[in-house]
Design a binder for this molecule. Structure first.
Ligand code: IPM
Ligand code: MN
Length: 368
């Protein structure tokens, strides 16, 4: 049997730098654990635009559909700000999400003990924090029609449409309930049912799926604005949060920052099972392309490395190996290795991207 396949799309900014460290981790699993992947690499985002005039070619899209999992770095940068909307780097990522139908975006916000001081919130509010935001990723206002900027009389009008079908809500709700059963069995659903019809429907459908299929899971509902407030007031009240595409974008950044650094947080975007039983899947760090530090060796590769850990768990059913990798990262932090994003002024010298990668490999070696 051939090895499972991975398509690596490093993208722009710090994407290639952090992905280079992930490649070393992938090689480590091949050499030391006999877990081998057929790895190919391609372009997405601004670099794809530079090479081909589009942020994602049809050929790369086709490859992404064929492989067992896609690993993405980051897309975008100031160089591309002026481009037409249709060819912006972000469109490459959105096309991958949409055409692979990756409707469930898992964004864990976990506070590493060694970093609890880093949060802008008090330590007792964030230490031990472990929540999972499930963001709907293929619909809502990101994709709804009509959209555009039209002329009405003598002024322009910007239009986007929030649109959700019952089945779109139901499938992401099921993902949330399934995941909650493997965690603390609690789901909080967030929308704006007080002002949006799509929110009313969202609340109804989540409740129906719960009552019919997951009555054992504790379910609550919250308006998304109140949810943002509760996330900063007492985040540990949550286990799994399920929400729509736009609210999920905002709330997951908020939740991520509770943990101290965006540089630590991975994500998984999952779709329906393929013929081989594995879900369609794309893994990417939550941080962006960070053009301000690109090329300086300051980027933290941990979020991207932890995204590969999520791939081991969710695509390849290698939960134990995922835990091994997560523990290795935890150990490195406990040992005091810090990239610049994890330092406060006066903290001494920071580790470079490569040094952080080396420390993780050393911790993996020590795990054997
Ligand atoms: C994210 C990003 C993307 C989004 C951008 C880059 C299109 O902010 O993954 O959260 O808005 O979904
Ligand atoms: Mn975002």
């Amino acid at each position: 049997m051939s090895n499972p396949s991975l398509l690596i799309l490093p993208g722009d900014g710090i994407g290639p730098e952090v992905m280079a460290e992930v490649r070393k981790v992938i090689d480590w699993f091949g050499e030391k654990r006999g877990i081998r992947f057929d790895v190919s690499e391609d372009l997405v985002g601004g670099c794809a635009y530079d090479a081909h005039g589009t942020p994602l070619t049809d050929a790369t899209m086709a490859k992404a559909q064929e492989v067992d999992a896609v690993l993405l770095g980051a897309v975008g940068g100031p160089k591309y700000d002026k481009l037409d909307f249709s060819v912006k780097p972000e469109r490459g990522l959105l096309r991958l999400r949409k055409e692979m139908d990756l409707f469930a975006n898992l964004r864990p916000a976990q506070c590493f003990d060694a970093l609890a001081d880093f949060s802008s919130l008090k330590k007792d509010i964030v230490s031990g924090l472990d929540i999972m935001i499930i963001r709907e990723l293929t619909s809502g206002v990101y994709f709804g029609e009509p959209r555009g900027i039209i002329k009405e009389g003598n002024e322009r009008v910007g239009i986007n449409t929030q649109r959700y079908t019952e089945s779109e809500i139901a499938r992401v709700a099921r993902s949330a309930f399934e995941l909650a059963r493997k965690r603390s069995n609690k789901v909080c659903s967030m929308e704006k049912a007080n002002v949006m019809e799509s929110g009313v429907l969202w609340r109804d459908v989540v409740q129906e799926i719960h009552d019919a299929e997951y009555p054992d899971v504790e379910l609550s509902h919250m308006y998304a604005d109140a949810g943002a407030m509760q996330l900063t007031r007492w985040p540990k009240q949550f286990d799994v949060i399920v929400t729509d595409n736009l609210f999920g974008d905002l709330l997951s950044d908020l939740a991520a920052m509770l943990t101290g650094s965006l540089g630590m947080l991975p994500s998984a975007s999952l779709g329906l099972p393929m013929a081989n039983g594995r879900p369609k899947a794309l893994y990417e760090p939550v941080h962006g392309s960070a053009p301000d530090i690109a090329g300086t060796g300051k980027a933290n590769p941990c979020a991207c490395i932890l995204s590969f850990a999520m791939a081991l768990r969710y695509s390849f059913d290698l939960g134990d190996e995922a835990t091994r990798l997560e523990k290795a990262v935890e150990k490195v932090l406990a040992d005091g290795v810090r990239t610049a994003d994890l330092m406060q002024s006066g903290d001494g010298t920071s580790a470079s991207t490569v040094e952080m990668g080396q420390a993780v490999i050393a911790a993996l070696d020590a795990s054997l």
